[in-house]
Design a protein around this ligand. Structure first.
Ligand code: GLV
Ligand code: MN
Ligand code: MN
Length: 398
């Protein structure tokens, strides 16, 4: 098992070389870097004896087994945020492939499908779990949407997808479970000294794009009281969203994207656009927070005399992981001497989308400092070996 874990670690290092920008890991949807990573994953799937296919969006699916046993899917995503770490998403796919290798030549109780999703992060286009939704045959989002450089989603699909127009679900007819192993992206397991954790639920979240329109003007001549400064409105909205999340006590709010136009030091910004990411484990409280944020945006815009257009990119409920599947993973972990705690996930995962169709469970792997979405992401080979043992036992056993 540790040889397979070392192989997964080496593969994660190799995948890190598939990047749009040398010196960092940036692998967004519909780029040559994404295709290069998928080609590597496909080669490893084929080496593991899997049948492979690419779907209309660019997801890569590897299958082991003849379809005559109950099927377990193991999946995650191989796109990344900008300047990412090397394990978010990719580790889950590599563990799926490792599981296939471990079970080669055995008579596992389940067929195995490894689902490598092409876009979970939505880092290039304002999409929402595009890869896993397309895998399930859901309608494509507006393919005319553009990235920051004006390239369309349609052009990304043309590069990444297989050219098929017809939607159809890629979920195997015999699927009984979807398992996703993922770095924790938080500090709980490390603080408690546990290599692995069983996820109870995945937080709900909403993402808003807020476009503000004021009046551009001369920075030296327009008096403060006569300005319609779009960026100052955006900044006030960002701080107010942060305060609303703090007031809730359990919510989190993040403004991670800011664009200011025209973008000169001596020009009052006439336009500004920000993203607001809101998350809450409790769906009612998330809905309440979203309503308060929308109202706050309207009030700030009104008081500052700017126009505000709000687009809700997604508003996703929280998802409960299947307790029975979680217990199967816990039993497998106990068999190798571990006692994994249960914990919720504050991050979103492809399991959210799969959960509409099949019971889902998630296994968290301890990561150093709880750091993710950051080049400093780090896991140990021993922890990866433990995760591989758990997944292999669940797929292999009754
Ligand atoms: C996925 O990384 C998320 O935004 O939770
Ligand atoms: Mn991520
Ligand atoms: Mn992820």
């Amino acid at each position: 098992m540790s040889a397979a874990a070392a192989r997964a670690m080496a593969r994660a290092d190799e995948l890190a070389g598939c990047t749009e920008r040398p010196g960092e890991i940036t692998r967004r949807y519909g780029t040559p870097a994404l295709i290069a990573a998928r080609d590597l994953l496909e080669a490893w799937m084929l080496e593991a004896g899997m049948r492979t296919r690419v779907d209309r969006a660019g997801n890569l699916i590897g299958t082991l087994g003849a379809g005559d046993r109950p099927g377990i899917l193991i999946g995650s995503h191989f796109d990344t945020v900008v300047d990412a770490g090397r394990y978010d998403g990719t580790l889950g796919i590599l563990l799926g492939i490792g599981c296939g290798e471990e079970l080669a030549g055995a008579e596992p109780a389940h067929d195995l499908t490894v689902a490598a999703f092409c876009d979970e992060e939505g880092a290039r286009f304002p999409t929402d779990y595009f890869g896993s939704r397309a895998f399930l045959g859901r309608p494509l989002p507006d393919v005319a949407m553009t990235d920051a450089e004006g390239a369309t989603l349609a052009s990304g699909i043309e590069l990444a997808g297989n050219g098929a127009a017809e939607p159809g679900s890629g979920l195997p007819a015999n699927a009984v479970a979807y398992l996703e192993a993922h770095i924790e992206q938080g500090p709980v397991l490390e603080a408690a000294g546990h290599p692995l954790g069983i996820v109870t639920s995945i937080t709900g979240g909403a993402k808003l794009m807020v476009a503000l329109r004021g009046t551009a003007g001369h920075a030296g001549t327009v008096p403060m009281g006569l300005r319609r400064d779009a960026f100052s409105a955006a900044a006030e909205i960002a701080l107010a969203a942060e305060a609303l999340a703090r007031d809730d006590g359990e919510a989190v709010a993040t403004v991670g994207q800011v664009a200011v136009s025209p973008g000169a030091a001596n020009v009052i910004p006439g336009r500004a656009a920000i993203s607001i990411d809101l998350r809450h484990q409790d769906d009612n409280r998330r809905a309440g927070l979203l309503a308060r944020v929308r109202q706050m945006i309207a009030e700030v815009a009104d008081r500052r005399g700017v126009d505000a257009a709000v687009e809700v990119i997604h508003d996703e409920r929280s998802v409960r992981c299947d307790p029975a599947l979680g217990e199967r993973m816990r039993a497998a972990a106990r068999a190798i001497g571990l006692d994994p705690p249960s914990l919720p996930s504050g991050a979103g995962h492809d399991a959210v989308i799969l959960s509409d169709h099949v019971p889902v469970a998630m296994l968290f792997v301890r990561c150093a400092g709880g750091i993710s979405h950051n080049p400093a992401e780090s896991v140990t080979t021993a922890d990866v070996a433990a995760a591989l043992a758990v997944l292999t036992a669940v797929v292999g056993g009754e």
